[in-house]
Design a protein around this ligand. Structure first.
Ligand SMILES: C[S@@+](CC[C@H](N)C(=O)[O-])C[C@H]1O[C@@H](n2cnc3c(N)ncnc32)[C@H](O)[C@@H]1O
Length: 297
């Protein structure tokens, strides 16, 4: 099944989702949690391939979560309102973007947020010190067409409606009910991108908080996969995670970065994926079971 996708979000794991989900080698009987959801690429890919029986989409950025709620429960509302906003820009897209940005910063309307993400430079949301959206428009493009937003929103609603909860909040709050039968995928903002003056995402990552949260999930026996740090050519970002967490690290081939393509370089970006101890155990049990079934077949 093809995987629908409606929020063009810089850093989306849409392309990497099949490689990430390859590391889910056991049957997930419970809920798939994505507490740093952004465009919720893993939830969408998991739901499309029927991994898990229900889903939790969480993010600290409330307007994004309001948008997810509308996409899932009221795709008609998203389609109609996006179409109105998008079409109204056609006479003067440049100043219209600035007007919508101003209105969004006052009232946090979720569909206006979708329009801003779709039209801004590199689809990279940026905020000033007051938490106001301050990214500029990419004036070479008008943003995703309304027909596409409509089609994708309906497709998403059809796979997630009735089985998905959305939560605006810190990742550990989102994960408070997660247990050993569930699966958690985490993609916190990288240190390399979140500690700059103009942070890419709405909130900065506190590394100690992340490590503390991972330790608690280990204690609770929650299986999780974590995307964190990475390397590109000879550059590496982020820190190694502490050994006591007992995470297994694997490298995913994320292809050539747009920067490398621009410079005509061959550097391939390798993204790290960490597998939690509970996850590794579930996967190895499943492999053993399969081997036994083969042996007795
Ligand atoms: C790297 S992006 C996730 C991208 C996502 N994997 C995708 O496919 O689009 C990180 C997200 O985490 C959110 N975030 C940052 N700090 C958070 C926190 N403490 N708890 C929950 N979400 C947080 C940001 O708002 C951002 O949407």
């Amino acid at each position: 099944m093809s995987v629908p996708h409606v929020i063009p979000y810089q850093g989306s794991k849409r392309k990497l989702a099949p490689q990430i989900l390859d590391y889910v080698q056991h049957e997930v009987k419970g809920t798939v949690y994505e507490p740093f959801a952004g465009s919720a690429a893993i939830t969408l890919a998991a739901a499309a391939s029927e991994i898990g029986t229900s889903y939790v989409i969480g993010d600290k950025f409330a307007p994004l979560i309001d948008l997810w709620e509308l996409i899932i429960d009221k795709p008609d509302y998203v389609a109609d309102n996006y179409s109105k906003i998008w079409n109204a820009q056609l006479d003067d897209p440049k100043s219209y973007f600035l007007e919508i940005r101003k209105q969004f910063n006052e009232a946090q309307d979720p569909v206006q947020f979708l329009y801003l993400v779709a039209r801004c430079v590199k689809n990279a949301i940026r905020f000033n010190a007051n938490g106001e959206f301050n990214q500029s428009a990419d004036n070479r493009r008008l943003g995703m067409k309304p027909e596409k937003v409509s089609k994708e929103s309906y497709a998403i609603s059809s796979i997630l409606k009735g089985k998905t909860s959305v939560i605006a909040g810190d990742f550990m709050e989102v994960l408070k009910n997660a247990g050993p039968d569930d699966l958690v995928y985490m993609d916190p903002p990288w240190q390399g991108t979140s500690l700059k003056k103009d942070p890419r995402y709405a909130y900065l990552l506190d590394l100690d908080e992340l490590v503390g949260g991972l330790a608690e999930l280990n204690e609770r026996g929650v299986p999780y996969l974590l995307s964190f740090d990475g390397t590109c050519g000879d550059k590496s970002y982020g820190k190694e995670l502490p050994e006591f967490l007992q995470l297994e690290k694997v490298g995913l081939n994320a292809g050539r970065s747009s920067q490398a393509i621009l410079l005509g370089r061959d550097d391939v970006t390798i993204e790290s994926l960490y597998i939690s101890p509970a996850m590794a155990e579930k996967n190895s049990k499943q492999t053993k079971n399969r081997e036994q079934i083969k042996l007795f077949a």
